[in-house]
Design a protein around this ligand. Sequence first.
Ligand SMILES: [Zn+2]
Length: 291
Amino acid sequence: MKKVKRAAPLNIMQTRRQMLLSCLALASLTGRAGFAAGALIPASQGAARPRGGAHCVMIDPGHGGIDPGAIGHQGAKEKHVVLAIANKVRANLAQYSHIQTRLTREQDEFIPLYRRVELAHEHQADLFVSIHADGFTSPSAAGASVFALSNRGASSAMAGYLSQKENAADDVAGGKYRQQDNYLQQVLFDLVQTDTIKNSLTLGRHLLNHIRPVHQLHSQHTEQAAFAVLKSASIPSVLVETSFITNHQEEQLLETAKFQDQIALAISSGIVDFFAYFDAHERHAGAAPGR
Ligand SMILES: [Zn+2]
């Protein structure tokens, strides 16, 4: 994908705290090989700062290429159903002129987890939404869940199980990418990330509000765990498990255009709501929610 560079207009409503956090994040990133440090500052202001009225959301279809993701009992592969759903989300969001949508992958290809996060930064994304349909050891597990990053352990046993499973995606390529995942190893990052996680939880709430009417929820609230693909310090990021591909009924559902349409509409509506909430909050309060 072409690298997008934009000028970074100064947000006059920016608080001293936000300014400090941006500087700390930049300082902590300086020297990181292959990372455009200049890209962080615009992204660190996240959804609070529309550029020329436009927001950018990075949609991340999980897995791909040599990593099929979870496989259902009838043979459905997670990597295919999540790409189909991601394309529908992008088509829905195309109706909104103030929202630009990018995909981390547009075909069946392997992309390491850290690279997915880098792509979001390179495109100066305001949000990152990773889409999955994972499996569990028990076929009775069912329903959708939304996850945000946790720096302090998983909020439930299922959150811990799924984050371990998702983080193992790079192992199919021999684990050579794991060493490049250093997002959480810098203390200064955590300061910025605390604010980012608050915004991720707000995004999760909007997504769950739209998923609830169309599909059962495995968890009523946004869960938290140490998902590697959610480790952007500055871009609010969530991972949506649309359902369990290892559940017989949900595997069948996942392959129907009707269910893919419903869940894609719920995800895109949640994103639209989040931006509307954020813009309204900025207009009235002059600061990002949760700050
Ligand atoms: Zn997955």
